[in-house]
Structure formats: structure tokens, C-alpha cells
Write a protein that binds this ligand. Structure first.
Ligand code: FES
Ligand code: FES
Length: 176
């Protein structure tokens, strides 16, 4: 089979201008991970189901495993690498995920955080139900989701730390 035709495309990733020649059949996730060595964007299902490959393209959340790279020509792309780092300071969502224990193996986490960022851009004060609905496109096999939801709600409330535990007064029912 003849190799796919190539096209030179240019776009920005986290505000950095990029120009690459890509086969017209190549997906954006491959350009990010393999051509640009940006491994923060993960791939798992390759079918638009799990959300690990989520990036923001021109302000919209997309699955980069289903997005042909040529579609990104002229676009602004944001990936997890652009959100923050230990060296330069974490984005509140990253800090909140960490302090809430909202990550375990971590494989889903970049996609979850990018997805949460897109949600808060669109709806800065989502209810728990709205967060659950939004995250139906992001699968996590480890955390059970509750801590992820709490981490996102915390950022919507302007904090990154969990609620303090409720103090319970223990009353002795019987003495002696
Ligand atoms: S790898 Fe893209 S949605 Fe699962
Ligand atoms: S933390 Fe392991 S899949 Fe989500």
C-alpha cells in the first residue's frame, strides 16, 4: 500500500508554535506523543471512549485519538503539559487532585484534569451532578470517582484542600 500523502500543518501547543509534516491519516495523539514527545496525553481505548487522550482544541474538549492531525492546522491546542508543573507551580485542579487523593495509578489523571478544566471554563460552578455528567467521557478504574468529583467541586469553590473532617462528639451512652 502506498504511504499516505503528507501535509505540513502548523498550530500552537500550549502557546508554542509548531510546524510538522504529517501523513493525512495520522491522529493528533500520535503527533503529540510520538512526534512532539509530549507524553502527558495518554492513549488507551483508541475509540473515543476513555478520555485519556483528551486535549482542548480551539477551546473545545476533543479526543485526540479520534482527531486527525490535519484538523489541528491553524488551531490552538492545550494539553496537560500547559496546565502547570511542580517547577512552575501547579494549576489549582492539579493541586486539588493531589490533596484530595483523586489519583491512584494516574493513567486517567491528565485526561481527567484537562476535561475538568474544560468543564470549569464552560461552567465555573458545576453541581456534583453536572460534574458526573461531564465526566461520563472519562473512565477511571481506580478511584471510584468520588474524590475526583470532590477535587473539582473544591476548585469551583475556590480552594484546593479537602473539607476538614466533621468533628463528631462521642457521647457515652452508659457509664460503668
Ligand atoms: S484513547 Fe482516546 S478516548 Fe480513549
Ligand atoms: S487513577 Fe488509575 S485509572 Fe484513574
Amino acid at each position: 500500500m502506498a504511504p499516505a500523502e503528507k501535509k505540513v500543518i502548523s498550530f500552537t501547543v500550549n502557546r508554542e508554535p509548531i510546524e510538522v509534516a504529517v501523513p493525512v491519516t495520522r491522529y493528533l495523539v500520535d503527533v503529540l506523543r510520538e512526534d512532539l514527545s509530549m507524553m502527558g496525553t495518554k492513549r488507551a481505548c483508541d475509540q473515543g471512549v476513555c478520555g485519556t487522550c483528551s486535549v482542548i482544541l480551539n477551546g473545545k474538549l476533543v479526543s485526540s485519538c479520534l482527531t486527525l492531525a490535519v484538523r489541528a492546522d491553524g488551531a490552538e491546542i492545550e494539553t496537560i503539559e500547559g496546565m502547570g508543573s511542580l517547577e512552575e507551580g501547579l494549576h489549582p485542579l492539579q493541586a486539588s487532585f493531589a490533596s484530595h487523593g483523586a489519583t491512584q495509578c494516574g493513567y486517567c489523571t491528565p485526561g481527567m484534569i484537562i476535561s475538568a478544566r474544560a468543564l470549569l471554563d464552560e461552567n465555573p460552578d458545576p453541581t456534583e451532578e453536572e460534574i458526573k455528567d461531564w465526566l461520563t467521557g472519562n473512565l477511571c478504574r481506580c478511584t471510584g470517582y468520588q474524590k475526583i468529583i470532590e477535587a473539582i467541586r473544591a476548585v469551583a469553590e475556590g480552594r484546593t484542600e479537602p473539607d476538614p473532617p466533621i468533628e463528631v462528639e462521642i457521647v457515652k451512652a452508659y457509664e460503668g
